[in-house]
Design a protein around this ligand. Structure first.
Ligand code: BG6
Length: 490
């Protein structure tokens, strides 16, 4: 029997819903990927009527949904939209919601709740959802699922508490913890690259790889987000979630299947093998910095020590990666928007060709964004020389092969998967806790004012000189996007 599906969005008048969720849902509708019949219920504090909500959402969708928007499509889609006002931290609002659901849902219905709200509301919402029975799976074949936005906790104890509260009300298979990096096409392609091809995996280990770099650089500064960013900083904002996810996918063992559990088991195993840092190691293996001008941003506390840039050196204690450093860095107000993973292979054991420079090993770069693709750097013989080597690149670009329009927004995929019940691109409870376990000691040491001291960097640079020195200590250097385009001639 086909049941209807209700998608219930908390924070319906908020930015996330306007810019991402509603346009993504509209795109899914146009692609005929929304389960039919469906109802979309926005919950928010604004004193909107359903008609006002539809008007506001039309504005958002026509602006952010891209070329697929058209008036006729919108007319059909918008018939499914309803609005319920409330702040949803009070029990009375839930009785009202329940009553509206009974009126709107045509019969037994699946329900997907999306908590697009500030995290301080999560526990109260989840408890109310439990008390009112709104998320109880009743034994017929309808389902109840809850999508929880990031950040999931503020540190390890709060993430644990949120997991415990969630588990009092929901079973783990009902919980979908968002990390939008997982839904990026290029992130999913790391798995295809590693396990859909046979030539790379045999090399993917300590015998052939010198080190790995994972960079998530941003040009944007904190803008008007000081309220959030001051208590987050770069480690909570980018490392605990996005960079830990990239790290685990690059480092994990091949999963036994594509099923969510198989994949998450491997990611958890990889994260569990990351060596935890002592205070002394934190001093040696981390760099923290703040861009010049951060202290003048609106809402930033005088003398704030919040890091807007960090670089870490992490090691795994396992057979595959023993001794291979993984360098992670991320920051705001940098030279380029660039997320990429670089695998630096070891150099050739013997160099037959006399060179006036040191010939490095091959470099494989998985460019996550904005130039989605893969680049392999190798040495080639310069024509008409005896044997002068020159680095050259092999490129694969998504645009050239699939066309730009083929890459959907991350939320489209995430909502689609949550509706299908596929949790493979969402984080599991233990995965989130392990990520906090890696990052928390660093946050604590930094917040306690321990070394390394907070460095500064200029806006529009590639980060502090301390981060360069950090790699130079090992005789290594960061790869910045432009290195690929302007390979230095020997
Ligand atoms: C978010 C962070 O999770 O990710 C932001 O809160 C950051 O500070 C953003 O800018 C980066 O996402 P993307 O997809 O633009 O790389």
């Amino acid at each position: 029997m086909t049941h209807s599906t209700s998608i219930i969005i908390y924070g319906a008048s908020g930015d996330l819903n306007n810019r991402k969720l509603m346009p993504a849902l509209y795109n899914l509708f146009v692609k005929e990927r929304l389960p039919l019949p469906f109802t979309l219920i926005g919950l928010g504090r604004h004193g909107w009527s359903t008609a006002d909500f539809r008007t506001a959402m039309r504005e958002s969708v026509s602006r952010y949904a891209g070329r697929v928007y058209d008036d006729a499509g919108w007319e059909t889609f918008s018939q499914a939209l309803h609005y319920v006002q409330g702040d949803f931290t009070e029990r009375a609002d839930y009785d009202h919601l329940l009553q509206r659901l009974t009126e709107i849902e045509p019969g037994s219905a699946n329900r997907l709740f999306h908590l697009a709200m500030p995290p301080r509301f999560y526990e109260a919402i989840i408890q109310h959802l439990g008390e009112t029975g709104l998320v109880q799976e009743s034994g017929d074949d309808t389902w109840r699922r809850v999508i929880i936005e990031k950040p999931f906790g503020h540190d390890l104890p709060s993430a644990r508490r949120l997991n415990q509260t969630s588990h009092q009300v929901l079973r783990e298979h009902q919980i979908y913890r968002i990390d939008h990096y997982l839904a990026k096409e290029t992130v999913q392609n790391i798995m295809v690259f590693r396990f859909g091809n046979s030539i790379f995996e045999p090399l993917w280990n300590r015998n052939f790889i010198d080190h790995v770099q994972i960079s998530a650089m941003e040009t944007v500064d904190i803008g008007r987000r000081a309220g959030y960013y001051e208590s987050a900083g770069v480690l909570r904002d980018m490392f605990q979630n996005h960079l830990m996810q990239l790290l685990s996918i690059v480092a994990m063992e091949p999963p036994s299947s594509r099923q969510a559990e198989a994949l998450r088991n491997e990611k958890v195993k990889a994260l569990a093998a990351v060596r935890s840092c002592t205070a002394q190691e934190i001093r040696r293996h981390t760099v923290r910095a703040q861009y010049r001008g951060y202290l003048d941003e609106e809402g930033v506390a005088a003398g704030s020590q919040t890091a807007t840039f960090a670089a870490l050196r992490l090691f795994f204690d396992n057979w595959r990666w023993q001794g291979v450093p993984f360098f992670l860095r991320s920051g705001k107000a940098l030279a380029e928007k660039l997320t990429e993973i670089t695998i630096q292979f070891k150099p050739a054991p013997v160099m037959l060709f006399a060179q006036n420079r040191q010939v490095p090993g091959n470099t494989l770069t998985l460019t996550i964004q904005p130039d989605e693709g893969i680049h392999l750097r190798m040495e080639a013989k310069t024509p008409d020389t005896i044997a002068d080597l020159q680095p050259v690149n092999m490129h694969f670009h998504y645009d050239d092969n699939f066309g730009e329009a083929q890459i959907p927004e991350a939320y489209e995929r995430l909502l689609f998967d949550a509706l299908k019940g596929d949790a493979s691109l969402f984080a599991r409870d233990d995965e989130v806790e392990l990520s906090w376990k890696i990052i928390d000691p660093i946050i604590q040491a930094w917040e306690a004012g321990e070394d390394p001291p907070l460095a500064v960097y200029d806006k529009g640079s590639w980060g502090p000189v301390e981060a360069d020195a950090f790699l130079a200590e090992d005789g290594r250097a960061w790869f910045n996007g432009s290195d690929r385009h302007h390979i230095v001639q020997p």
